[in-house]
Every structure is written in C-alpha cells, then in structure tokens.
Write a protein that binds this ligand. Sequence first.
Ligand code: SAM
Ligand code: SF4
Length: 266
Amino acid sequence: MLDRFNRKLNYLRISVTDRCNLRCTYCMPEEGIQLFRHNEILSFDEIAGFTEVAVSNGVTKVRLTGGEPLVRKGVILLVSMLSEINGIEDLSMTTNGTLLKQYAKQLRDAGLHRVNISLDTIDPEKFRIVTRTGDINDVFEGINAAKSAGLLPVKINCVIKDSKEEEEARAVAVFCKDNDLEIRYIRQMDLIRGHFSVVDGGTGGDCSRCNRLRLTSNGKLKPCLFNNIEFDIRKLGFEKAIHQAAESKPECGSRNETGSFYNIGG
Ligand code: SAM
Ligand code: SF4
C-alpha cells in the first residue's frame, strides 16, 4: 500500500493498552492519566481482524506496544492469534521488560519473534527516579529471560535528552556491548511542541521514509505520530479506515495535541 508521497506502508504498531506498571517522567504526567474505559478497548478479535485486513493491504511488520503491553490480560493469546496470520514477517513487541521474566518463554512459544526493551540508565536509583516506581532488577531479569527464550535480537530503546554521549546513555551502551544487545537511541520527544528527530540505530523519525500506521487501544488508526489525524476503525470499518489513513498520511509530522506516548505507543 502506497501513500500520496509514494511511501510504502508496511508497518503496523498496535497499542494494546493505555495502562502501565511504571510512570516514566517523559511519558506520563505525575498526576496520573485518564484511562480509557474497558468497553472502549479493542477486543482481541477486533485487533486480529484489523491486522488481517492490514496485512491484506501490504503490512508485513507488526509491533505490539502500549502502555505496557504485558499488563494487558491475556496478551499471550493475542500474540498467538496474530502469529497465525499469514504474511506477517516480523512480529515484535516494545516493553519496559519488567514482566518478561514471567512471560518471555510463553511469548516465544506463542509466536512472538523479538522484543525491544526500554532502558535509559543502568543505575538502580536513577531508574527508580525516571520510572517513578520501577525496580531495575526486574528489567535485568527480563532481558535475560528474553535472551534465553530466543526473542532475538533483543534491542534496547534508550531515551536520551540530547546526545548519546550523555553519561547514562554511555553506560547503557557498555552494558549492551557486554550483553550482546543492540541499542537504539531515541531523543526525548515532545508531541505537543512537535519536537522529534531521527532514531539513532532505528528507522523512526525520518518522515521521508516513514512506513508506519499506528492503532491505539481504543481503535483509532493514526497515520502519523506527530499529527492529530485519526480514523475510528469501529465506525468506518477496517478497510475504509486503512485507506483513509493511507490517503491522509501527512508528508511530514508537525504536532499532536490530542495523543500521548502512553496511549499511542511511541
Ligand atoms: N511500555 C513500553 C515501553 O516503555 O517500552 C511500551 C510503550 S512506550 C510508550 C514505547 C517507547 O516510547 C519506549 O521505548 C519509551 O521509552 C518511548 N517513549 C515514551 N515517551 C517518550 C518521549 N517523550 N520521547 C521519546 N520516546 C518516548
Ligand atoms: Fe510505561 Fe513505557 Fe510510558 Fe514508561 S515509557 S510510562 S514503561 S508506557
């Protein structure tokens, strides 16, 4: 499926929940968030049905994200439903890693190919400050569990303020080198102000090469992270929503005043 600027849209990112067990300072406001109601959240049948239609329109890469995807009840079943769809060449998940110790093997057995795990520091105290609640040992155990389960390559998403030469980022890079992990540096973004840049080591942030569509957990299909445009897949129907999203994908991102990282999924 091509958009108006001849970009091939083959990558679908699905946010399966807006809930999370951490509270990262750059992602969630301190005062907490207004969560979607349970009846607004897409069912697994809706997510799998939509993904099937997306694949029939040329999507080959699917990533589950959130909120924290592993806090969505039954997410293993969703993975197995998606892994049965013919045509998905790359089925991955972005997770904070804290629950991987519990789920990595089940995820692999259900057909997940690989994971990206978010880690901005290897210092336990700094990790607790960034996440407001987290225990870094859960993430270290999660990384090991992902490697043992064969969710490879395990990639680390490291959010930086300005440069990968920052002290925290350098320490994460050494940790990755020592532990056979690939690192991607993501510059801290601001949706409302429209601050975004290219992901070092990844493919995001370069509008001229953007191949993504994003589905929120309440069923809104977004052609661009940095834009308010969205299409309701329940109201429009799956096929129409996909075509409208492809046709209206902006040439370049600008600002997003209505969404947030925790409900779009990055
Ligand atoms: N909870 C999972 C996690 O943290 O990996 C998945 C959802 S999270 C919203 C997806 C990615 O977005 C994470 O790698 C996170 O670091 C990143 N992220 C969140 N807020 C961000 C921001 N303001 N700027 C850049 N990246 C951000
Ligand atoms: Fe949760 Fe991920 Fe946002 Fe952190 S970045 S608060 S782990 S959704």
